[in-house]
Design a protein around this ligand. Structure first.
Ligand code: ZN
Length: 264
C-alpha cells in the first residue's frame, strides 16, 4: 500500500511538473506573440508618422514655391511696366509732363532742382542707366551703393558702380568706374553725367576726386544729374525713379569751380 501511494505521489508530481511545463511553454508563446504584435504596431505607427511628416514637408515646399513664384511674377510684371515706360519715352512719348524746353539749359551753368518727369529725355535716360548700374554696386563695408552713367560724345552711355575693398584705399567710385570704362574704349569726351545713391538727408554728389576726374574729360561744362535712389526698404522692388522725385541738375563746373587745371 505504501508502495502504491508513493508511486501515485510521484505520478502526481510528474503530472504537476508536466502541467507546469505546458503552462510555461504556453506563456512563452504568448509572450512571443505579444512581442511580435508590439513590433508590428511600432512599425505601423512609424509608417503613418512618416507619411504625415512627408505630407507636411510637401505642403511646406509647395507653399514656399508658390511664394517664390508669386514674387517672381511681381518682379516680372514690374520689369514689363518699367520697360513699357522706357520704350514709350524712346519712341517719342515724353510722359505725363514734359516742360524741359521751358527750363534753364543746364549747360548755362545754372543749378536747379526739378521733378524727374520734367528733366529732359537725355537726362532721364542717364539717371535710369545710373540707377540700373547701382544694382551691381559692391559695397559690403559701407552698404552705401552708388550708380553713375556718362554719355560719351558719340552718344553711347557708359555706366559704373562703386567698388569697395577690404583695404579701403583700392576702392573705386561709381563715377570713375563709368568714365574708365568709356575711356578704355577710346571715348575721351563726355556730354552729360548722372549719379544715383540713397541718403535720407538729400542728394549724393560726386566726391572731390571724381569731380577733378570728370573735368579732365569734358570739353566744356556738362550737366550732371543727381537723383535719390529708392530707400533700402524698397530695394526688392523694381528700381525706378518716380515722376515726382526731385532731381538736382548741376554741372561739372558747379561741382568744382576751382579745379586744378595746369601744372605749367
Ligand atoms: Zn568719387
Amino acid at each position: 500500500m505504501t508502495e502504491k501511494r508513493k508511486l501515485l505521489q510521484r505520478y502526481m508530481r510528474n503530472l504537476n511538473d508536466l502541467q507546469d511545463e505546458l503552462k510555461r511553454k504556453e506563456l512563452e508563446n504568448k509572450m512571443k506573440e505579444l512581442e511580435m504584435l508590439q513590433v508590428k504596431l511600432a512599425r505601423r505607427q512609424e509608417q503613418s508618422g512618416t507619411k504625415c511628416a512627408g505630407g507636411k514637408i510637401k505642403d511646406l515646399r509647395q507653399k514656399k514655391l508658390r511664394k517664390v513664384l508669386g514674387k517672381y511674377m511681381m518682379t516680372l510684371e514690374g520689369f514689363l511696366c518699367e520697360l513699357a515706360r522706357r520704350e514709350a519715352r524712346l519712341s517719342g512719348d515724353k510722359g505725363r509732363v514734359s516742360e524741359s524746353e521751358n527750363l534753364p539749359h543746364p549747360q548755362m551753368l545754372e543749378e536747379y532742382t526739378v521733378a524727374f518727369c520734367a528733366v529732359g529725355e537725355d537726362g532721364r535716360e542717364l539717371l535710369e542707366a545710373a540707377l540700373s548700374a547701382r544694382r551691381c554696386a559692391y559695397a559690403p563695408y559701407s552698404n552705401f551703393k552708388v550708380g553713375a552713367a556718362f554719355r560719351a560724345k558719340c552718344g553711347r552711355i557708359y555706366t559704373g558702380c562703386n567698388i569697395e575693398n577690404v583695404a579701403f584705399t583700392p576702392g573705386n567710385c561709381a563715377e570713375r568706374c563709368a568714365l574708365a570704362k568709356g575711356i578704355s574704349e577710346g571715348e575721351k569726351k563726355y556730354t552729360a553725367g548722372a549719379v544715383v545713391a540713397y541718403h535720407p538727408d538729400g542728394f549724393t554728389t560726386p566726391c572731390g576726386v571724381c569731380r577733378q576726374f570728370i573735368l579732365e574729360f569734358v570739353q566744356k561744362d556738362i550737366p550732371i544729374y543727381i537723383a535719390k535712389a529708392p530707400p533700402p526698404e524698397q530695394e526688392d522692388c523694381i528700381p525706378a525713379i518716380q515722376d515726382d522725385d526731385e532731381v538736382l541738375v548741376t554741372s561739372a563746373y558747379h561741382l568744382l569751380p576751382y579745379s586744378f587745371n595746369s601744372f605749367e
